[in-house]
Structures are given as C-alpha cells and as structure tokens.
Design a protein around this ligand. Structure first.
Ligand code: SF4
Length: 320
C-alpha cells in the first residue's frame, strides 16, 4: 500500500527525557508519527495516537526546534544522549523524511551530543559521511531477524532487504562505527530454527559482528488484529495459538502485552547462544523485554565497544 506523507508542526518539546530500562535518562526524538515500513508486528501501529493506516506524519519543524531547545539558556536538564525514532524508523525512504532526519541528527552531533538509532532501513551515503566525522558520538543499531526474503515479505514488507542491512553494517564499520545487531522480534517457530539462525549468524560473522541482542515477539491486542489482517492464515494461527494461554501483563511502561511462553523463550535463547559460539558471536538477552528472565541492558555499550580493530581511534562513548 503506498504511504501518504503529511507535514505537520511539532507543538511540544522535540526532545523528551525517558525513564525506561536502557533509555533511562536518555532524551528521545521521533521524526515521524507512523512509519512507512509497516512491519506487521509493529507495536507503534497499535498506539492510540498513531495515524490512520497509510499515513505518515512528518514533523517538518524539528531541526529548528532542536536547535532552539539545545541553545536555550533556560534548559535545566543537560542533554547527553538522544535516541532517535523509538516509535518509527530513522531511515524511511521518503526524501523529505530523510532530509528532516539528517538535519536533526546534524544538530545533535554539531552540539557534541551522543546519539543512537536502531534501523531496519537503508542508510544513505550522506549519513555515513556525517557519522564518520563523529564516530565517538554515534551508537548505531541494525535490526535484522532473518535473511529470508520470504520472512521480510510477510513481516517487514516496507523495510530494507537483508542484503541492504548487511551492507549498512559494512559501511558503518568502514566509517569507524561498530553497529550492534538486534535480532528482535524473534518469531517463535518461524525465525528460531537452527538453519535460519545459522544462515543469519554466518552473514553477521562475515561482517565482523561479535555481539547480538535477542528478544522474542511481544503480542499486544492491537498487534494481534494487524497480524490477523496481514499474515497468511496458517502463520497467524500458529502464532496466535502460541500466545493464547499467556497472561496479559505490563512490561516496563503501562502497555499491556503478552510475552512468548517462558519455556519457548528459554529453549530458543539457548539455541541462539549455542549456535552463536560456532561463529564467535555473543548473545545478550534484552532485559527490558524479558522481565521474567536474567537479561542485559543493551543500548549503552561500554567505551571500548565501538572500537574496530585496525580502525580509527575513538574517544570513550559512555563514562560508565
Ligand atoms: S521499522 Fe519499526 S517503527 Fe517502522 S514499522 Fe517496523 S517496527 Fe514499526
């Protein structure tokens, strides 16, 4: 379905401070409301303030707002880290979205502030050039669950191809930035079989990826409706059946959700960890999305994490 873009003005503050898991004390910023990638499992599509299907709202005044907020003498809380597009994607393909995103990121970096993003899109060259001037300030995340084109076709139809996302990893690394890879959401019985995991790890290891963050799909009532509408009926029935007896709980924020059954997650994460060893990859379990298991906080890498052997020298990313 083609997406219609509508430009609007952001009324409230552009930079908002959050207090949730890995994002605690980080400022967040969304360039759009809605996302043209239209992943069938997308939580943000189920939010009450999400635009109607097929619409993306672009905050076209963001770069100017960011500049005046950062330069304001009245600002009390210093901005140390900005996480981009927590409910959308930074690298949607529409040129107007990319322009506002570029100008916003440049504002943040020109002010010497750290920034992070997680994307399932293709990162255009001019962004890579920008990031290469600030490697110590940029934390880049690539979302990649499977390299199967069939998976992408039914779960992430608007996102970049697996090959494009793998190329992002190579291009970021050559710009002095070591991206982390997020395998999220793992779809039970669909993307957690040994063959699929090995195929993904093989491609990641070839590109020097040493660590991935794992999390299984959460199901929220609004997502169930989306999945029913957009997935092949057998795939939908298998997924819905898997979560059917799970309690609805609150995870982190006040959002009601169902976790994948614990036994399936434990077995699945163990499978990922066992296979990862063959490729020299370490797996972290996302603690924010697995509150009933021991996990790790994943957004903030240690200062050494962005260092590429033989790559340009970088300053420390985070003081902790
Ligand atoms: S890329 Fe992220 S925000 Fe965009 S549709 Fe997919 S899950 Fe939602």
């Amino acid at each position: 379905m083609p997406v219609k873009l509508i430009r609007i003005e952001k009324k409230g503050p552009a930079l908002k401070r959050t207090q949730f898991g890995c994002l605690s004390d980080v400022h967040t910023l969304n360039v759009t409301r809605g996302c043209e990638f239209r992943c069938s499992y997308c939580y943000a599509r189920g939010y009450s303030h999400s635009p109607a299907e097929g619409l993306v709202l672009l905050y076209s005044n963001l770069p100017g707002k960011i500049r005046s907020e950062l330069d304001s003498p009245r600002r009390r809380t210093p901005v140390q880290h900005v996480a981009f597009n927590t409910a959308s994607d930074s690298f949607q393909r529409h040129p107007d979205i990319l322009k506002v995103t570029y100008d916003s990121m440049k504002q943040i970096l020109d002010h010497g502030i750290r920034m992070s993003f997680l994307t399932k899109g293709w990162i255009p060259d001019r962004f890579i050039e920008l990031f290469s001037s600030f490697p110590a300030l940029v934390t880049a995340g690539i979302g990649l669950v499977s390299i199967s084109p069939h998976y992408r076709q039914i779960f992430e139809p608007g996102a970049a191809t697996a090959q494009e996302r793998l190329a992002n990893i190579e291009r970021l690394r050559s710009a002095g930035i070591k991206p982390h890879v997020r395998i999220d959401p793992i779809i039970p019985f669909y993307t957690d079989d040994e063959r699929g995991i090995r195929a993904l790890f093989h491609e990641l290891a070839k590109r020097g990826v040493e660590q991935v963050v794992l999390s299984y799909l959460h199901l929220r009532p609004a997502i169930l409706k989306q999945l029913k509408r957009e997935l092949p009926s057998t795939t939908y029935r298998l997924l819905a059946g898997c979560y059917k007896t799970q309690d609805v709980i609150e995870v982190g924020t006040s959002t009601k959700t169902k976790l994948c059954p614990l036994i399936l997650r434990q077995k699945g994460y163990d499978r990922f960890k066992r296979l990862a060893k063959d490729y020299g990859i370490t797996c972290l379990i996302c603690a924010c999305k697995n509150p009933d298991m021991a996990g790790q906080r994943c957004l903030r890498p240690s200062p050494a994490d962005n260092k590429i052997p033989g790559g340009p020298e970088q300053l420390s990313l985070f003081p902790c």
